[in-house]
Design a protein around this ligand. Sequence first.
Ligand code: CMC
Length: 377
Amino acid sequence: MTNSSDEVQRGLQDVIALESHICFIDGKEGRLIYDGYDIRDLAAQSNFEETAYLLWYGRLPTSDQWATLRHHLVELRALPSAMVERIDSMPATATPMDVLRTAVSELALFEPEETRPGPSSIGGAQRLTAILPSILGQFHRRRAGLPPLAARPDLSHAEYLLYALLNRDPSELEARVLDVALILHADHELNASTFAARVTASTLSDLYSAVTSAVGTLKGPLHGGANERVMEMLEEIGTPDRVEEVVKAKLSRHERIMGFGHRVYKVEDPRATILREWSRRIGEAQGDLHYYELLRKVEEVVHREKGLYPNVDLYSGSVYALLGIPPDLFTPVFAASRVAGWTAHVLEEYQDLRLIRPMAKYIGPTDLPYVSIGSRV
Ligand code: CMC
C-alpha cells in the first residue's frame, strides 16, 4: 500500500515514525522526560548510572540494583589487549570521533557473542557504555603522551571519563558538572543519531553496527558536532564588545549560529537552561566567567536578530572547556553519554521490530532511451 499523500516531509519533520516509552520532548513547553521523569529532577538528584538504568529498564533502580550496575560497568571498562594495539596503531592526528566510530565497529570482531541482535543485547549495551571512555582515554593519552589508563574501580562513569582524559582525579564539583552533562545528553527521542541506530537495528542487524551508525551520525555539525563549533565561534569573537559585530556578520552571510535552534523545541531547550547555570557555577569556582559572559551576550543578539533560542550545545562546549577537555573530544564526550540512549532505543526496536523504510518522491525522468556507450556524447 502506498501513502495516499504525495506531500514530502523534508527531513521527516513532524513525522511520527514509531511508539516509544523511553523519551518525551514537549517542544512547546520546553520539557524533556525520560521514562516519566523530568530531566530537571534527574539533573538535580540523579547520576549517570541511575539514568542509564532508567533508559535500559524503564524504571529507576533500587540501591542494590544501582550498586550492581555500577560494579558491572566498572568491570566492563577494560579494553581487550587487541583493541589497545588497534587504537595505538591509529594515526595520532585522527579525529577522535573517527577513532570512536572505528573502535566501536572493530570491537565487534573481538566480542561476537555480544553482537547477536535481540533482548540479550543488554549485555552489549552495558559493555559499549562502559568502554567508550576507555577507547577515548586510550587514544587521547597516547597522542598527549600521558601514562596508560588504570582500571580505577573507585570512579563513577563521569569521574572515570575525566580521569581518562585529564590524567587526574576530578574535584567533586568537576565530577558533578560532568555527571549532570551526561544525564542531560543521555537521550533525546528520535534525534538523528538515535534514528540512525534504530534504522540499522530495524534490519535485524546487531547492536555494535547500530552504534557505529549512530557515532557517524552524531559527528555532524548540525547534531553533536555543534558544541565544538560553538567554541570556535567564541574564539573568533574573543571579547564581549565584538559579539554584536561577529554574530550579525554571520547572520548576514546566512551562516548558522551553532548552539541555537532546534527541530522540536519552539522555546528554550531545558538542557540549555540547566547547563547555563552549571557553566556559571563552574566559571565562578574557577574565577573565569569569560565564556559565560560571552555566551549570554551571544544569546541576547541571536534572540533579538533571529528569535532563536539556545540548545544544549551552546553551553556544553564551555563547560567541557572549563573542565580542561580538549575541543575535539567534546562530541566524543556527548557520545559517551548518548550511548545509553542509543542502546536503549536499539533494545526497544528489537522488542517491537518493523523494518524502517520510508519512501522517496521520484522527481526524475522515467522514459529515457538507452544509448550505447560508444554513441554517447
Ligand atoms: N542559526 C541561524 N539560523 C538558523 C539556525 C541557527 N542556528 N537554526 C535555524 N535557523 C534558521 C534557518 O536558516 C531557517 O531560516 P529560513 O527559514 O530563513 O531559511 C529557519 O531557521 C529554519 O531552519 P531549519 O534548518 O529548517 O530548521 P531545522 O529544524 O531543520 O533545524 C537545526 C534544526 C538544529 C539543524 C538548526 O537549528 C541548526 O542548524 N542549528 C545549529 C546547529 C546546532 O546547534 N545543532 C545542535 C542541535 S541540538 C543538539 C543535537 O541534536 O545534537
